[in-house]
Design a protein around this ligand. Structure first.
Ligand SMILES: *Cc1c(COP(=O)(O)O)cnc(C)c1O
Length: 464
């Protein structure tokens, strides 16, 4: 018996595969690396005497691997989850005014640190800081990369001296989103945790008795992504502020979302528990500094805003660490434009706020339009009653009545396959599955995207 010819010979060249993939929609080195990886796997198999698959099959494997890689490239998607601040979908989409400002600044030189009035070096973000202070009712404000960075900066600043202890209620040692755990952040920032109270009950007295020569800071963290009910109590922040002032210890509040608008008035009356604590309230309650996100209920770019007493903000900005956490010109521009909208009473142009305010009548009318356009496709489409949540770890109890388009294929396609195909559409559509239906909640779909959803469904379901 002679051995069969070595299977290695049948493995195609990188060049031949690249040619078959032409035209490429990723850079050639990106595709080449994927091809090489697949060929290496084949060579390993061949050495183990597995037969080399036919060329077409190898090509298909490469295509699949490239598809998977390409799907990870950052691109716009249609959010049909009904969750306006979906962390996995990039939280707040920017207002058109913010996008316009962003584009103009991005494509040109700008006065980031140049004072056009004097022709000399200028201070970064001065206009924005002025307006942030105005909007929050604080003496001063500044901004860093995100709220997590703001909290780290605050903790590092107040614990840089010999006093390291930060007093916090056990009810506030929470985890916010993926991997952001307050106790871990605190320790990583050089603070020593001094936990007071219990999970459900913390009294002012607990803070008062915990204060010692070692105390650097009192910290309160807004319970943003969950809520406590039943036998719970914690002192009002104003009382905590009075205690802090009396004992000459600074008080910081991590607010998380930090809506600048009164969500209680913004949301429809049927919404349960619509009010989200605002930075203005924190300042009014007397905290020394408050920090909150730029891309949660504020509806701007990723950023961490810090507002509070002028001397505290100035000291935070002098921290060497501040330089490492500062925002780039793009985030500053987008935040500036978003703040301008608030201050000029043009909040309705901020997509996140507009989505929260959209009433179900208008959503219903759009759903009917979509249903009409789907007529004749091999599917059953119905208008569903949906419940939107705010997302992004904010307002966990708020439930917004919403409207969805619920789809069941009638051509034998499984609903999860439909959901997968919608995600692979030229502009991916992300809905959710429930009750054996693929549901598209229209609250978070921009009206102009309705046509794109219809088009995606027409591609997925060939006309009968
Ligand atoms: C979301 C959140 C953060 C983190 O904010 P990022 O801007 O995402 O860094 C911190 N603290 C609280 C209470 C939050 O809700």
């Amino acid at each position: 018996m002679f051995p069969s010819p070595p299977p290695l010979r049948a493995i195609p060249s990188v060049e031949k595969l690249l040619q078959a993939l032409d035209p490429l929609d990723v850079p050639r080195p990106t595709a080449t690396a994927v091809v090489r990886l697949e060929l290496t796997a084949l060579r390993v198999q061949a050495r183990e005497a597995a037969p080399t698959p036919p060329f077409e099959e190898i090509l298909q494997r490469v295509r699949t691997a490239l598809d998977q890689l390409r799907a990870r490239r950052l691109r716009p998607v249609i959010n049909a989850t009904g969750i306006p601040l979906h962390t996995n979908l990039g939280r707040a989409p920017l207002a058109p005014a913010a996008v316009a400002a962003l584009v103009a600044v991005a494509a040109n030189y700008n006065n980031l640190e140049y004072d056009l009035a004097t022709g000399e070096r200028g201070s970064r973000a001065a206009y924005l800081e002025h307006n942030l202070a105005l909007a929050t009712g604080a003496e001063a404000a500044t901004v860093v990369n995100n709220c997590a960075a703001a909290l780290v900066l605050i903790l590092r600043h107040f614990t840089r001296g010999p006093k390291k202890e930060v007093i916090i209620s056990r009810g506030e040692l929470v985890q916010i989103g993926g991997g952001f755990r307050v106790p871990e952040i605190m320790e990583a920032s050089g603070a020593r945790l001094r936990e007071v109270g219990t999970t459900n009950q913390t009294a002012l007295e607990d803070y008062a008795t915990a204060i010692s020569q070692e105390t650097a800071l009192l910290l309160t963290v807004h319970r943003s992504n969950f809520y406590q009910g039943g036998f719970t109590d914690s002192p009002p922040i104003a009382a905590l502020a009075t205690l802090a002032r009396k004992r000459r210890i600074p008080l910081a509040e991590d607010l998380g979302s930090g809506a600048l608008a009164d969500t209680g008035r913004l949301l429809p009356p049927a919404t349960t528990l619509g009010h989200e604590r605002t930075p203005m309230e924190a300042i009014r309650d007397g905290v020394d500094v408050v920090c909150f996100s730029g891309d949660k209920l504020l509806g701007g770019p990723q950023a961490g805003i810090i507002a509070g007493r002028a001397r505290r903000i100035a000291a935070l900005k002098r921290e060497p660490f501040f330089r490492a956490l500062r925002c780039d010109k793009l985030a500053l521009t987008a935040l500036e434009a978003t703040l301008d909208l608030y201050l000029s009473g043009r909040q309705s142009e901020i997509p996140t706020l507009a989505m929260l305010q959209t009433n179900t009548d208008s959503l219903h009318a759009r759903a009917e339009e979509i249903l009409r356009a789907l007529d004749g496709l091999p599917l059953v489409a119905r208008i569903g009653e949906a419940v939107s949540r705010v997302g992004g770890g904010t307002m966990p109890r708020a439930e917004l009545a919403s409207v969805s388009v619920d789809i069941q294929p009638t051509n034998g396609m499984a609903v999860d396959e439909l959901a997968a195909r919608l995600r692979r559409a030229s502009i991916p559509v992300v809905g959710y599955l429930s009750d054996h239906r693929c549901r598209l909640d229209l609250r978070t779909v921009f009206p102009a995207q309705d046509a794109l959803i219809i088009q995606a469904l027409r591609v997925i379901f060939p006309q009968l």
